[in-house]
Design a protein. Structure first.
Ligand code: FAD
Length: 480
């Protein structure tokens, strides 16, 4: 015996929350939709966990960052789901799925059937054991993927005030955690095998800026080496880490951010997989007509790149979820997902955004001393990617729009000299229609919708002032 729903969302993270909101907007009826999640809480804005959640003063706590505040939409509390007749099956792991029979089996033994399944299982943090290092279960070794991890990290952090933390991994989890730990007055050493931080995105020049900034805040960098083993005390707590270069670092706390693996295992052998994720078409539909996939787990066609990609970023989770629901509820009206990849990070007083793809030649611009600088990536004579640190709302919107238009670039030196003016000029040229939705939001209190000249009207001016205030406020108060 079990329950039956028209629509089931498997997973209760960012994409699930945005999908639920879109389902209600598209007229789902009470009782038709169910969300099943292993987490014990309703969907929330996961990026908050490495930012506002770890702050020593007025840290962000639920219910303040339930989805969909990150896109300045409604905050979907458990009450909201109840009022909309959406069944939240929380704290429940799905242990198998039969896509042919359209049934899920939960770890509690319940069978739930569906007509349409939306897979939003996201990803899990890679464990040290997968790289041959034992010790992840020690109480002062932390990962950061979900609320339980974040609570664990806060507890360990509070118990080692002024102590030593070793952060393993120089990607965005490592960088954001290192900053939060330093803000909590913990001595931080960041260890990673690459030659500079954020190696998948930053150029050496950009990375150098952030590394110097971090060093000025007391963070140390140990590059070009990896963790090989831990030293434990008699209670089983880690007290030091051993590195491949032969050195040893004392550690009261270890944070591991070494990448993620999409949660595809329930569907292996049942759906087509690609790029480590579940392959979908431009409607986010998998190789089975009744099954859609969104967020970190989905590999979808990115028109701008002309290839299938799997992205691990919050904006992509939000927008792919919205698109899938539109395709499910209004199949005739909805087109192909046309997405401009976007991601961002916020650490200390810094804030950057990146749009597009970082392939081809990087052209740097801006003033590193003033804190506003960036880079364009040019491939096959066209702008394909843009990075900006310390920009204004207008400047971020300009690089987003310019990147989505892929303008031709002939003279790289000239582009470097023009810097932001290049994007500002391109973005002000009237376009018949935006090829891609380039509206992006990066904070629960930030409204970052595009506001181009031709939208100008008195109401928009007022909205812009409010949004400007929210942006300013959001950057200072809540850093998610
Ligand atoms: P998730 O949000 O991970 O949700 C997946 C859900 O599925 C989880 O609730 C999980 O428990 C559930 N689930 C999985 N398997 C099962 C199962 N078998 N049964 C039941 N439930 C299941 N991106 C940015 O662009 N900028 C940032 O600054 C940024 N910061 C981040 C900070 C942190 C700490 C983390 C962890 C991520 C950050 N991200 C950031 C990435 C962003 O949060 C993800 O891209 C986004 O959460 C993906 O959404 P999703 O819904 O696909 O997956």
């Amino acid at each position: 015996m079990g329950r039956a729903f028209v629509y089931v969302i498997l997973g209760g993270g960012v994409a699930a929350g945005y999908a639920a909101l879109e389902f209600t907007r598209k007229g789902v009826s009470p009782g038709e939709l169910c969300i099943i999640s292993e987490e014990p809480v309703a969907p929330y804005e996961r990026p908050a966990l490495s930012k506002g959640f770890l702050l020593p003063e007025s840290p962000a706590r639920l219910p303040s960052f339930h989805t969909c505040v990150g896109a300045n939409e409604e905050r979907l509390t458990p009450k909201w789901y109840k009022e909309h007749g959406i069944e939240l099956v929380l704290g429940t792991r799905v242990k198998s799925v039969d896509v042919r029979r359209k049934k899920l089996l939960t770890a509690t033994g319940e069978t739930i059937s569906y007509k349409i399944l939306l897979i939003a299982t996201g990803a899990r943090a890679l464990k040290l054991e997968e790289f041959g290092v034992d010790g992840s279960e020690a109480e002062n070794v932390c990962y950061l993927r979900d609320l339980a991890d974040a609570n664990g990290l806060v507890n360990v952090m509070q118990s080692c005030s002024s102590g030593n933390a070793v952060v393993i991994g120089g990607g965005y989890i490592g960088m954001e955690c290192a900053a939060s730990l330093a803000i909590n007055k913990i001595n931080v050493t960041l260890v990673f095998p690459e030659v500079h931080c954020m190696a998948r995105l930053f150029t050496p020049k950009i990375a150098n800026y952030y590394e110097e900034y971090y060093q000025a805040k007391g963070v140390k960098f140990v590059k070009g080496t990896v963790l090989t083993s831990f030293e434990f005390d008699s209670s089983g707590k880690v007290m030091a880490v051993n590195l491949r270069d032969g050195s040893q670092l004392p550690a009261d706390l270890v944070v591991v951010g070494i990448g993620i693996r999409p949660n595809t295992s329930l569907f292996e052998g049942q759906l087509t997989l690609e790029k480590g994720g579940i392959k979908v078409n431009g409607k986010m539909q998998t190789s089975n007509d009744s099954v859609y996939a969104v967020g970190d787990v989905a590999a979808f066609p990115v028109k701008l790149f002309g290839e299938t990609r799997r992205l691990e970023h919050v904006d992509s989770a939000r927008k792919s979820a919205k698109h899938a629901v539109a395709a499910i509820m209004e199949p005739k009206k909805s087109g192909e997902f046309d997405y401009l990849p976007f991601f961002y990070s916020r650490v200390f007083g810094l804030s950057w955004q990146f749009y597009g793809d970082n392939v081809g030649e990087a052209v740097h611009f801006g003033d590193y001393l003033s804190g506003t600088f960036g880079a364009y990536w040019i491939s096959k004579g066209h702008l394909v990617g843009s990075f900006l640190e310390g920009g204004t709302k207008e400047e971020y919107e300009a690089i987003a729009k310019a990147t989505s238009l892929k303008p031709p670039v002939e003279d790289l030196a000239e582009l470097g000299q023009q810097g932001l003016n290049f994007a500002l000029t391109i973005s002000k040229k009237p376009q018949p229609a935006l090829p891609i939705d380039v509206s992006h939001s990066t904070s629960g209190l930030v409204l970052e919708k595009p506001m181009y000249a031709w939208y100008a009207a008195a109401g928009v001016v007022l909205a812009a002032s409010i949004a400007g205030f929210a942006y300013w406020y959001g950057r200072r108060r809540r850093r998610w």
